[in-house]
Design a protein around this ligand. Structure first.
Ligand SMILES: CC(C)(COP(=O)(O)OP(=O)(O)OC[C@H]1O[C@@H](n2cnc3c(N)ncnc32)[C@H](O)[C@@H]1OP(=O)(O)O)[C@@H](O)C(=O)NCCC(=O)NCCS
Length: 351
């Protein structure tokens, strides 16, 4: 019995924001963003549109793609670092919006590795026989972190108003992070099926000594009050990132864990037909590809159109590869991701 992905779907927010549009708001340029990250554009949710809304869109599409109806789902795993509310999590909100039965919903907080951690849990749920059909969603609305109240109308082309120097200066303070992230959602339905296709070996790791390299200092229950105007004004409610350290960890640990799952599965790395890497930075994706000695065509990317969508990147990439016909029967696929925690891992998937 294997855990098989029987349906995929994505949820796409409406606003396409190019690098050029961002450069109207802050001191950045299309060239800087392209060269350093590979990103050309990203999507931003509308004000008032949350990660649950995008997750619901993606889930509806995935359930229909699997040939199921929402009442067939036995359990939900929802991975996000940008939930609609601190409490409750997105799971119950999605359950109601989709019209699921009163099935259990789990909220996953492993950031960029959320989808991989979700795969592990889904696999354990299905292999134990506890549930038969699991819905796994990864969805993010990062724009809530961003200071785009200073120029949102200009950004999405609804105004030709010039940004003031003060607004531009404030937006520039966080440019090292804001240009990298986009909004989006991906979902998969996973079912237990006889046969030898589906999820294989999964290996997950956590190293809490790296917690400080990618974290958010504000909106913390160690603080009194847990959030304040001061925290917002000083940028503490945005993720803090030590970009170079995250970069170094990513290009070292993702290849290591891909080798680990290949070895445990008895396949050589070069026997992988596709490696789906978390889409945080094109230079990281290329770095992982080169360290593993894989040709570029085996390591597809979509970061140029989406930016980093955290928990949503792997399910969106998997869906797009399926839609493009890149995933065919008889293939060895691997997923890998690394993110805040540090959490990282990899999974083998046979089609
Ligand atoms: C963030 C990242 C793109 C930065 O690239 P980098 O080559 O390390 O760039 P640096 O941080 O050294 O910045 C270089 C310069 O560009 C400037 N800069 C930063 N952001 C900029 C922007 N958006 N536009 C223009 N200039 C910018 C910096 O201020 C710095 O200027 P200085 O040299 O005058 O001080 C890169 O480190 C990275 O992708 N790291 C991993 C991030 C990641 O994966 N995060 C998510 C993990 S899930």
């Amino acid at each position: 019995m294997r855990s098989v992905i029987t349906g995929t779907g994505i949820g796409v927010p409406p606003n396409v924001v190019t690098n050029e549009a961002l450069s109207r708001l802050m001191d950045t340029s299309d060239e800087w963003i392209r060269v350093r990250s590979g990103i050309q554009e990203r999507r931003y949710a509308d004000p008032g549109q949350g990660s649950t809304d995008l997750g619901v869109m993606a889930a509806r599409n995935a359930i229909a793609d699997a040939g199921l109806t929402p009442t067939d789902i036995d359990a939900v795993l929802f991975a996000t670092m940008t939930p609609d509310h601190m409490l409750p999590g997105n799971g119950p909100l999605l359950q109601t919006a989709l019209g699921l039965r009163d099935v259990p919903t789990f909220d996953i907080r492993q950031q960029c590795s959320g989808f991989l951690y979700g795969l592990e849990l889904a696999d354990l749920f299905l292999q134990s026989g506890r549930y038969r059909r699991v819905l796994l969603v990864g969805a993010e609305v990062h724009t809530g972190f961003m200071p785009w109240h200073l120029g949102w109308d200009t950004l999405i082309g609804q105004s030709t108003r010039e940004i003031t120097e003060a607004e531009r200066a404030e937006n520039t303070l966080t440019r090292d992070r804001t240009v990298l992230f986009g909004d989006g959602a991906g979902a998969v339905v996973i079912e237990a099926r006889e046969g030898d296709t589906g999820l294989g070996v999964i290996r997950l790791h956590t190293d809490g000594t790296g917690a400080g390299v990618l974290t958010m200092h504000g909106a913390s229950f160690k603080r009194r009050p847990f959030v304040s105007v001061d925290q917002i004004q000083s940028g503490e409610t945005l993720p803090f990132m030590s970009g170079k350290e995250v970069f170094r960890s990513a290009v070292t640990l993702m290849p290591q864990v891909v080798r680990e799952v290949c070895e445990a599965s008895g396949i050589a790395v070069e026997e992988l037909d596709l490696l789906l890497v978390h889409q945080a930075n094109m230079r990281i994706i290329e770095g992982v590809q080169k360290v593993l000695g894989l040709p570029p065509e085996k390591v597809p990317h979509n970061i140029e159109r989406w930016g980093n969508t955290t928990a949503a990147t792997l399910p969106i990439l998997f869906h797009e590869c399926r839609t493009l016909g890149l995933i065919r029967p008889g293939m060895n696929l691997a997923f890998t991701a690394l993110g805040s925690g540090l959490h990282w891992g990899a999974a083998i998937y046979r089609t």
